[in-house]
Write a protein that binds this ligand. Structure first.
Ligand SMILES: *[C@@H]1O[C@H](CO)[C@@H](O)[C@H](O)[C@H]1NC(C)=O
Ligand SMILES: *[C@@H]1O[C@H](CO)[C@@H](O)[C@H](O)[C@H]1NC(C)=O
Ligand SMILES: *[C@@H]1O[C@H](CO)[C@@H](O)[C@H](O)[C@H]1NC(C)=O
Length: 402
C-alpha cells in the first residue's frame, strides 16, 4: 500500500519534472535563474490548468490572483511625486519630477503587457521601469491601465488606451503637468506594445487630435493575429516563459468566448476567405530578413475552413500590421526591440520591414539571447540581468530620440 503510494508519487514527480524542464539555448545568461523562473511559471500554469479542469476557478482567474500579489502602492520619493488617478475614468499612475524646470518636460505614456488578460502599471516591474524613466529622462511618465479579458474583450483594451492618451494630449492637461506637446512618446511591451502601436496609428491619423506623437517604443510587441505560423512561432513553440499554447489561449480569450477558436488559431485556420488580400502585409517569405527565415518553408494560409464572425480578425486595432502603407507613412520615429527566443519575435521584425518600406524612421535592436517578458523580472527575488539590459537599451534610445 505504502509502496504503491510512493510509486505513484515518484511517477508524478518524474512526469512533473519533465513537464517543467526545458532545455535552454546555450547562450542564455544566468541559466540557473532562468531555469528556476521557467519552472515557477510552468508550475503556476500547471496548477491553473488543474484548477480550471477541476472547476475551482479558471486559469485566468488563478493567474490574476498571482499577478495581484505583485501590485504596489504609488510611492512618492525625494525626486518624484507619484499618484494614482484617472484620465476620463481610465486608471493611470503619474510620475511627476519634483525639481523645478525652466522648460516644459518630455513625457512617456507606458502601456503594460500581460496578454490582454493580466497586469497593471502597479506591478513592481512596471512601477520600477516608469519610475526609472521619469528619473533618467527628467520626464513626466504616465502608466496606463485598461480593462482586461476575458471579462472585457476586444476592443475594450484598445479603447481604454486611446481614451487615456487623448485625454493626456489635451492642451490644458499638458500645461497642467508642464509637458512639451512636441516631445511625447507612447511605449508598451508585448500586448501593451500592440495597444501602443494601434493607438499611435489612430492618433497620427486622427484629424481631431492636434498634438501628435513624437516617438513610439515597442518592446517585444505582439502585432498581429492573422498568421500564427511564423518562423518564430515554430521555433519557440515551447519557449521560455511564454509558450505558443498559452499565448493562443490568452489571445483567444481577448477575442471570443468560443471554445473552438483556440484550436483553429493553433492550426492557423481561423481566417475567413475574404481576408486573402491582408496576407501580403504579414507575408514573412518576403518581409522577414533571410537571417530569421532560415530554411523555414512558407505555406499559404488555409482560409474559410472555419467561419468565425469576429470583426477583430480583420481589424488594424487588433493587428496593427494590417495597416496599409498610406496608414503607416506618417507614424513617428519608432523603436522596436525583439528577442530571439520569443514567439512574437517575427511580429516585431515584420513591423520593422513594413515601417521601413513606408519610409518611417525605425531603430531596431535585437537581443540574440533574449526571451519574452524579461521586463517583468527586474526586481528581486526574480531579478534578471536581461531585464535591466532591455531597460537600458530602451531608455538610451528614448533619451536620444525624444
Ligand atoms: C507570399 O510571398 C510569396 C513569395 O513572394 C508568394 O509566392 C506568395 O503568394 C505570397 N502569399 C501571399 C498570401 O501573399
Ligand atoms: C465559410 O463561408 C464561405 C463564404 O460564405 C463559404 O464558401 C464556406 O463554405 C464557409 N465554410 C464553412 C466551413 O462553413
Ligand atoms: C488604406 O486603408 C484605408 C482604410 O481602410 C483606405 O481608406 C485606403 O484607401 C487604403 N489605401 C490604399 C493605398 O490601399
Amino acid at each position: 500500500m505504502m509502496g504503491s503510494k510512493a510509486l505513484c508519487f515518484g511517477l508524478f514527480c518524474v512526469l512533473f519534472a519533465s513537464y517543467i524542464y526545458i532545455p535552454l539555448p546555450a547562450n542564455i545568461e544566468e541559466p540557473w535563474k532562468v531555469m528556476a523562473l521557467n519552472a515557477i511559471v510552468k508550475t503556476c500554469t500547471f496548477v491553473g490548468m488543474c484548477f480550471e479542469n477541476i472547476g475551482i476557478m479558471t486559469y485566468e482567474e488563478f493567474i490574476s490572483v498571482l499577478f495581484r500579489l505583485d501590485y504596489t502602492q504609488p510611492l512618492s520619493d525625494e525626486y518624484l511625486t507619484v499618484t494614482d488617478t484617472t484620465f476620463n475614468d481610465i486608471p493611470v499612475r503619474l510620475y511627476l519630477p519634483k525639481r523645478k524646470s525652466q522648460t516644459p518636460r518630455r513625457a512617456v505614456i507606458y502601456i503594460h503587457g500581460g496578454a490582454y488578460c493580466f497586469g497593471s502599471f502597479k506591478q513592481r516591474g512596471f512601477d520600477f521601469l516608469n519610475r526609472w524613466t521619469a528619473n533618467k529622462l527628467d520626464a513626466v511618465v504616465v502608466g496606463v491601465d485598461y480593462r482586461l479579458a476575458p471579462q472585457h474583450r476586444f476592443p475594450a483594451q484598445f479603447e481604454d488606451g486611446i481614451t487615456a492618451v487623448k485625454f493626456f494630449l489635451q492642451d490644458k492637461i499638458l500645461t497642467k503637468y508642464g509637458v512639451d506637446p512636441n516631445r511625447i512618446c507612447i511605449s508598451g511591451d508585448s500586448s501593451g506594445g500592440l495597444i501602443a502601436a494601434a493607438v499611435t496609428q489612430q492618433v497620427q491619423n486622427d484629424l481631431e487630435v492636434k498634438h501628435k506623437i513624437k516617438a513610439q517604443a515597442l518592446l517585444y510587441p505582439h502585432l498581429q493575429l492573422i498568421d500564427t505560423d511564423l518562423p518564430s512561432h515554430r521555433e519557440n513553440e515551447h519557449g521560455i516563459v511564454l509558450t505558443r499554447d498559452i499565448g493562443i489561449k490568452l489571445v483567444s480569450a481577448y477575442l471570443t468566448e468560443d471554445k473552438t477558436f483556440p484550436q483553429a488559431l493553433k492550426r492557423n485556420q481561423h481566417m475567413p476567405l475574404e481576408s486573402r488580400h491582408l496576407f501580403k502585409f504579414v507575408n514573412w517569405s518576403t518581409l522577414l530578413p533571410k537571417k530569421y527565415r532560415k530554411d523555414h518553408v512558407y505555406t499559404e494560409p488555409v482560409l474559410g475552413r472555419t467561419n468565425y464572425s469576429l470583426p477583430g480578425l480583420l481589424d488594424i486595432r487588433m493587428s496593427p500590421l494590417l495597416a496599409n502603407d498610406s496608414q503607416l507613412w506618417n507614424l513617428p520615429s519608432t523603436y522596436i526591440l525583439t528577442c530571439q527566443y520569443d514567439i512574437l519575435r517575427d511580429d516585431g521584425l515584420l513591423y520593422v520591414s513594413r515601417l521601413q518600406n513606408a519610409g518611417v524612421q525605425v531603430a531596431h535592436e535585437h537581443i540574440e539571447n533574449g526571451f519574452h517578458g524579461a521586463l517583468s523580472f527586474m526586481t528581486s527575488p526574480l531579478y534578471l540581468h536581461l531585464g535591466l539590459r532591455i531597460r537600458d537599451m530602451y531608455i538610451s534610445w528614448l533619451d536620444k530620440n525624444l
